[in-house]
Design a protein around this ligand. Structure first.
Ligand code: G16
Length: 545
């Protein structure tokens, strides 16, 4: 065992979802080690019995530096006295699979190596986050303490280098620690089999139903091939870009209309498959498409909640509640109301759903950032969403567009867009948001986009389970006609600042309006209100989703 002297880095405060930086930043001597040691020091404070009887799970999305980081962590976990470490073969585990393994194997927690939907490679992004015993991302109380530890760290613990074979399943010893290389697919697939009626889905594929799943050269390739093609009998070749690559084939593994353009193109025209889907780098986000039809994440959440009890085996007992992040469209609220269950509004970040689920308050939850999930794990889960949709299509015998149109007919439609302005200068962007925050009290009553501001506030969340307060979670401008503008800075970017402007308008018009037209006045009002051009020199979004 070696004790290595180190000095703190001052930039290791976890963001929306762990620590994300450029890969080269992580590759600096001691950078990864310091953060991991800070996590272990924090977690040890909450583990009075020490780590000797505890299990740690380690896995990542296979991006550049995944393997090296995994080896570093294994040596450190052994030096820090963990009884057992479970690692996905090849260092691979999708983010929902890490959550599944933690829960099923009663682990203390896990380290997830991923920068999610951000590109991978030496010149791209890397990330790490700690998940706690419930399988979900560490709550703010824990990440805040991790940050404090990073600021005062003077040493980290590791072992003499050892040659660890990550490529074959089996168990080796590192000092007193048992390291087991596990099949990355097994625990996750078992959970999917418990939740979904695989026989029903096999019959769907036998009936000639065609789909295309784009794994974006990222971690879901092996999972989707195994479940969709090998277990459910989808035609071989249904899963494309199925080989996880260290640089995701040079692509941006973010499943939206821009970065999954090839899939969108494939789903257009009369010969297109019935159903299209994609997942992101680490497998927690999803994109759902019908033939010439895009399902917004807010609608996807609402439709899954609407059909869960009748169409999905694992939810036949009904839902305890629904939850969505504040900027996510309000479509799910209306479904929850019709089901007679509560709908919780949380800040952005999956970690906020964990407490609700642990307390049995919420079964299904989702976010505008292409994340949907349920209490089967404590992460959002891309393939789970795909299997939900397949189950809904199998049980309703309708197409994707028909399912959504029926939803709009019944509940009305939330026209919704998110406009991202990337690469802004950090100081200018921060001042811009601060300035709007200062003006919020004066906005009530003013005319905006053909309506009047009913209320404007800086969203603050009080966790209904532990009473914890998370303030400054996004500026909300609520109009009298039910429209909303939300504005916040991203907490997952690795370069400059990204402003997210979310616009929503609810209409009970059967849903046939043109989204751009309906939302253009709100989007323009949002840009003007925040003085985007004046303060940041641009008002052209980098991407609209
Ligand atoms: C993470 C979080 C999500 C959040 C998303 C975007 O997703 O887990 O809860 O919605 O980032 O966050 P932001 O708007 O702050 O960039 P992922 O898929 O990147 O882990």
């Amino acid at each position: 065992m070696k004790t290595i002297q180190t000095t703190p880095f001052t930039d290791q405060r976890p963001g929306t979802s762990g620590l994300r930086k450029k890969t080269r930043v992580f590759m600096q001597p001691s950078y990864l080690e310091n953060f991991v040691q800070a996590v272990f020091d924090t977690v040890r404070e909450d583990t009075p019995g020490g780590f000797g009887a505890e299990t740690l799970v380690v896995g990542g999305d296979g991006r550049y530096y995944n393997r090296e980081a995994t080896r570093t962590i294994l040596l450190m976990a052994a030096a820090n006295g963990f009884g057992r470490v479970l690692v996905g073969r090849g260092g691979i585990l999708s983010t929902p699979a890490v959550s599944a393994v933690i829960r099923r194997r009663d682990a203390l927690g896990g380290l997830v190596l991923s920068a999610s939907h951000n590109p991978g490679g030496l010149e791209a992004d890397f990330g790490i986050k700690y998940n706690v015993r419930n399988g979900g991302p560490a709550p703010e109380g824990v990440t805040g303490r991790v940050y404090e530890h990073t600021l005062k760290l003077t040493r980290y613990l590791t072992l003499e280098d050892a040659d660890i074979d990550l490529e074959h399943e089996g168990t080796v010893r590192l000092g007193k620690t048992e390291v087991t290389i596990i099949d990355p697919l097994a625990d996750y697939t078992s959970i999917m089999e418990e939740l979904f009626d695989f026989e029903l889905l096999r019959v769907l594929f036998q009936s000639g139903f065609r789909m295309r799943f784009d794994a974006m050269s990222a971690v879901t390739g092996p999972y989707a091939r195994h479940i969709l093609e090998e277990r459910l009998g989808a035609q071989y070749g249904t899963v494309v870009n199925a080989e996880p690559l260290e640089d995701f084939g040079g692509h941006h593994p973010d499943p939206n209309l821009v970065y999954a353009a090839e899939l969108v193109e494939h789903l257009s025209g009369v010969d297109a498959p019935d159903f299209g889907a994609a997942c992101d780098g680490d497998g927690d986000r999803n994109l759902i498409l019908g033939r010439d039809f895009f399902v917004t994440p807010g609608d996807s959440l609402a439709v899954i909640a609407e059909h869960a009890q009748s169409a999905i085996h694992g939810y036949r007992a009904g839902l305890a509640g629904v939850a969505r992040s504040m900027p996510t469209s309000t479509a799910a609220d209306r479904v929850a109301e019709s089901l007679g269950v509560p709908c919780y509004e949380t800040p952005t970040g999956w970690k906020f759903f964990g407490n609700l689920m642990d307390a049995g308050l919420c079964t299904i939850c989702g976010e505008e950032s292409f994340g949907t999930g349920s209490n089967h794990v404590r992460e959002k889960d891309g393939l789970w969403a795909v299997l939900c949709w397949l189950s809904i299509l199998a049980s309703t015998r309708l197409g994707v567009a028909e399912v959504v149109r029926q939803h709009w007919q019944r509940f009305g439609r939330s026209y919704y867009q998110r406009h991202d302005y990337e690469g802004l200068e950090v100081a200018a962007a921060t001042q811009m948001v601060d300035a709007l925050r200062d003006r919020l009290p004066a906005l009530a009553g003013i005319e905006l986009a053909g309506s009047r501001v009913a209320r404007a506030d800086d969203f603050s969340y009080t966790d209904p389970v532990d009473g914890g307060v998370s303030a400054h979670q996004g500026l909300r401008i609520l109009l009298e006609d039910g429209s909303r503008i939300v504005c916040r800075l991203s907490g997952t970017g690795t370069q400059g600042a990204t402003l997210r402007l979310y616009v929503e308008r609810y209409l009970k018009d059967g849903g046939e309006g043109a989204v751009e037209e309906i939302l253009a006045p709100l989007a323009q009002a949002a840009r003007e209100l925040i003085e985007l051009r004046e303060r940041c020199g641009t008002d052209v979004p980098s991407i609209i989703t």
